[in-house]
Design a protein around this ligand. Sequence first.
Ligand SMILES: Cc1cc2nc3c(=O)[nH]c(=O)nc-3n(C[C@H](O)[C@H](O)[C@H](O)COP(=O)(O)O)c2cc1C
Length: 318
Amino acid sequence: MTLPKQLQGLRIPVVGAPLFIISNPKLVIAQCTSGVVGAMPALNARPAEQLDEWLAEITETLAAWDRQHPDRPAAPYAINQIVHKSNDRLEHDMQVCAKYKVPVVITSLGARTDVNDAVHAWGGIVLHDIINNFFAKKAVEKGADGLIAVAAGAGGHAGVKSPFALIQEIREWFDGPLLLSGSISTGGGVLAAQAMGADLAYIGSAFIATDEARASDAYKQAIVEGTSDDIVYSSLFTGVHGNYLKASIKNAGLDPDNLPESDPTKMNFGGGEGSKKAWKDIWGCGQGIAAVKAVVPTAALIDRLATEYGQARARVGA
Ligand SMILES: Cc1cc2nc3c(=O)[nH]c(=O)nc-3n(C[C@H](O)[C@H](O)[C@H](O)COP(=O)(O)O)c2cc1C
């Protein structure tokens, strides 16, 4: 199956994953003008009215870029909607997305036919993130155009499946757009995702250590210095299992190696400040950060990925 036009013609097959609190218009614009899809959670705009301003800024800046660089137009952008019942902003945020005809909507934590229909009505596509084959089937049944397989080792909420198992199971029945996420932070990793059957790589944590990311210097530095040994998988902070930097858990006065369990009733993704506080103090992060050696401009990170991707293709081809 050919990819929808929104995912074609990228410099490298990469989508910058949405990062709660951290993604902002500057990061999205830098990702898109560097040739990969940039993404941001709608909930990062606070108060809710700010979403309109942010989408205006992204739309106008990318259009201006295209006028000035007709030979290398910007990649499309994506907005992430948390489709969970606790997200009391969903209706408002969807209306703003409709106004700007957002090209790609990424839905998380529940697939909904009405959301998919609304995006299709304005000509957008929906990518839904899942952690297993069961949820993948449900998402496609409800009208998602593509899937994001969130494998073990991904930053933020993550599953426990090997990417090899997950991609293989989904590819047995789904020939639509398939993205892979979890610890990808090199161009070789991007090519590996394609080799195992995904169309694109979905990269989050590596973008935290960029100039544009809205994260503290201490957080960015912890990613530069960290490796997979510095990551812990826990459900304590949001009610859903995810990967976090141990250092931030120690800073909060907890023992990262002895954390109590929580459960999904604790999930809360709304306009309130509760979930925001948890993510500000406890730093979400995937296992793939050893490849991140410095805080750099987003354009430089994408240059590195593109160079490595070319080298990996040459190496495998040879
Ligand atoms: C700090 C942080 C915040 C995240 N916030 C969101 C979010 O708001 N919505 C979402 O769909 N995924 C979120 N994710 C998950 C990413 O979109 C993506 O699946 C993940 O970062 C990919 O794995 P990687 O970090 O190993 O590259 C977050 C991840 C991190 C690290």
